[in-house]
Design a protein around this ligand. Structure first.
Ligand code: F0G
Length: 463
C-alpha cells in the first residue's frame, strides 16, 4: 500500500454538520463542538475483495507493518503514508475458545470466546489505538503528547513515547484512582506523570484544557485516529472465527471508545461488502459508573438517525454536576461518569442492535475469577464483559446457542491488589461501591516453616 491518505478526511460525527477537516489538523471536536470521525473515499482505496486476503500477510511478517496486528489491516483505515506509521509490534492477541467460562455464563460449549487484549506490549487494548494516534502525531510533527487516564491509556502512551523516542509524554491520573501495575508502567516508561487531586473525569477536563492552550497533542479517545486503530480488535476477532461474524460482541464500557470503534468497524465492513451481517453489541458498565446504562435504558437516549437528544444529555450532566456525582467502582479502569464518546457509542448501538447493562462489582470480580480459573486471566474491568454475558443470558437476551465474544481489555497483572483481596476474602478492600462476596476465592494458606505441618496442610487442603 502506498499513500492513500489523500482519500481520508475528518468529519463531524453528526450528519447535520457537513464540515470536514484535513488530516493535518489536530482537532478533538468539530466546529459545532461534536465528536470527530475519520472518513474515507473508499473508491480511491484498494480494499481487498475478501477479508481472507489479509491472512497473506502472516507470511510476510518480517515487514513490521505486516507483523502488527493493527497495521496488517491498514487498507481498512488508510489515513497514514506507510513511511509515517509508528508500530511497536502491537496486536499479537488471541481469541480463546473457553468452555469453562461458557459454562459459567450459561452458553453452550464451543460458543464463548475470549478476545485477550492483555497480550499487547503495554498489557491492554489501548495499544491498538495508541499506535494509530502516535502515527497521526508523527504525521503532524507533534513533539509532546498527553492523556488523562485511569491507568491503561497512560501506560500505553508512555510505552509508545519511550520505545520510539518520537515525543515526550505527559500523563494526568486521578490521585489514588489508578491500579499500581499501571502507575508503575507510566513511571518506568519515562512519562511525566501528574497525579491530579480528583478522579478521571477531573483529569480529563484538565488535560483537554492544557492541550488546547499549550498546543500539545491529545491522545484520549476523543482523538478520532485512536479509534481507527481500535477497529482492528474486531478484524482480529473475525479472523479468529475464520471470518464468520459472531452473534454477540460483549465489551466493558468506560469512556466508550472501544464500543464506538467496534460499531464503526462493522458499519464499514458491511458497507464495503466484506461481511454479510452485523453482530449485536453489548456494552457493560460497572454499577457505580453507569451513565450509559442510565441514559440508554432509563432515559431512552438513542442515536436517532444522527440527531441524539443533546438537551437530554446536557441536562443529565448538569444534574450530575449539581450533585457532584462521582463514579465509584473497584473496576478502576472504567470508573468514569462522563464518557466522552457517548454519542459515538449511540451510533454503534444503533448499527449493531445493541444493548446496555450494568453489573455490580461482585458480578465483575466473580466473572474475572472465572476468567482467571479457566483462561488467561484479566483485570477487574474486563471481568465486566463475562459478567454482562452471564446476565444477558439469564435475561434471555443472549441464547444458549449464540456465539459470543467477550473482550478482555486488560492483563491479569494490571491490578494484583484487587485479585489478591478477592481471593483472600478481604472484603474491606473490595467494598468500594457495594459489599462484595467472593464466590470463587482461592485464599493462600498460612503454614509454619515446618515440614510436617506443611505436609499436613497439603493433605488437608488438596482435593
Ligand atoms: N477496560 C480497560 C482495562 C480499560 O482500561 C478501559 C478504559 C476500558 C475497559 C473502557 O474502555 O473507555 O473504550 O469504554 N480505560 C481508560 C484509561 C479510560 O484511561 O485507561 P472505553
Amino acid at each position: 500500500m502506498q499513500d492513500y491518505s489523500e482519500a481520508a478526511f475528518q468529519a463531524c460525527l453528526l450528519p447535520e454538520n457537513t464540515e470536514t477537516y484535513s488530516l493535518s489538523e489536530a482537532r478533538t471536536s468539530s466546529e459545532s463542538g461534536d465528536l470527530l470521525d475519520i472518513r474515507y473515499d473508499w473508491n480511491k482505496i484498494p480494499v481487498p475483495s475478501s477479508l481472507k486476503e489479509f491472512e497473506k500477510r502472516w507470511s510476510t511478517r518480517q515487514n513490521p507493518l505486516d507483523y502488527s496486528g493493527v497495521w496488517r489491516f491498514r487498507e481498512l483505515f488508510p489515513f497514514a503514508p506507510e513511511s509515517q506509521i509508528v508500530t511497536i509490534g502491537e496486536g499479537q492477541t488471541v481469541l480463546q475458545k473457553n468452555d469453562g467460562v461458557a459454562k459459567y455464563a450459561g452458553i453452550n460449549a464451543g460458543g464463548l470466546f475470549l478476545q485477550y487484549e492483555g497480550m499487547n506490549p503495554s498489557g491492554s487494548f489501548k495499544d491498538n489505538g495508541m499506535t494509530a494516534a502516535s502515527t497521526h502525531a508523527r504525521m503532524i510533527g507533534a513533539k509532546i503528547t498527553a492523556c488523562a487516564s485511569t491507568g491503561n491509556t497512560s501506560a500505553s502512551l508512555a510505552i509508545y513515547g519511550g520505545v520510539t523516542g518520537l515525543f515526550q509524554v505527559l500523563v494526568f491520573v486521578g490521585s489514588g484512582k489508578i491500579a499500581y501495575g499501571k502507575l508503575s508502567q507510566a513511571l518506568d516508561y519515562g512519562a511525566l506523570t501528574l497525579q491530579i487531586e480528583g478522579d478521571f473525569d477531573d483529569a480529563l477536563k484538565q488535560v483537554r484544557r492544557v492541550c488546547e492552550e499549550a498546543g500539545i497533542y491529545l491522545c484520549n479517545s476523543v482523538n478520532p485516529f485512536r479509534l481507527e486503530g481500535q477497529k482492528s480488535i474486531m478484524y482480529r476477532v473475525l479472523e479468529g472465527l475464520n471470518w464468520e461474524v459472531p452473534d454477540w460482541i460483549v465489551v466493558p464500557g468506560g469512556n466508550l471508545g472501544n464500543s464506538s470503534a467496534f460499531g464503526k468497524a462493522f458499519m464499514e465492513l458491511k458497507e464495503l461488502g466484506l461481511i454479510d451481517r452485523m453482530p449485536r453489541l453489548a456494552v457493560i458498565n460497572a454499577a457505580g459508573a453507569s451513565t450509559l446504562t442510565r441514559m440508554y435504558n432509563d432515559e431512552g437516549l438513542r442515536w436517532n438517525n444522527g440527531q441524539p437528544d443533546k438537551q437530554l444529555i446536557s441536562e443529565y450532566f448538569r444534574r450530575m454536576d449539581e450533585q457532584d456525582g462521582r463514579a465509584v467502582t473497584l473496576a478502576s479502569a472504567i470508573e468514569i461518569n462522563r464518557p466522552v464518546n457517548l454519542t459515538k457509542c449511540l451510533r454503534a448501538l444503533d448499527a449493531c442492535d445493541g444493548v446496555v447493562r450494568d453489573v455490580s462489582d461482585e458480578q465483575i470480580l466473580d466473572g474475572k475469577a472465572q476468567v482467571g480459573r479457566h483462561g488467561f486471566g484479566c483485570e477487574p474491568a474486563s471481568g465486566a464483559s463475562v459478567a454482562g454475558a452471564k446476565l444477558l443470558r439469564e435475561q434471555g437476551v443472549i441464547a444458549p446457542s449464540d456465539r459470543v465474544v467477550c473482550i478482555l481489555t486488560g492483563h491479569q497483572l494490571k491490578d494484583p491488589n484487587a485479585t489478591v483481596a478477592y481471593h483472600s476474602g478481604d472484603k474491606q478492600s473490595l467494598a468500594r461501591h457495594a459489599a462484595v462476596e467472593p464466590h470463587f476465592g482461592n485464599a493462600p494458606i498460612a503454614v509454619p516453616n515446618d515440614f510436617s505441618k506443611i505436609m499436613d496442610a497439603i493433605r488437608q487442603y488438596s482435593s
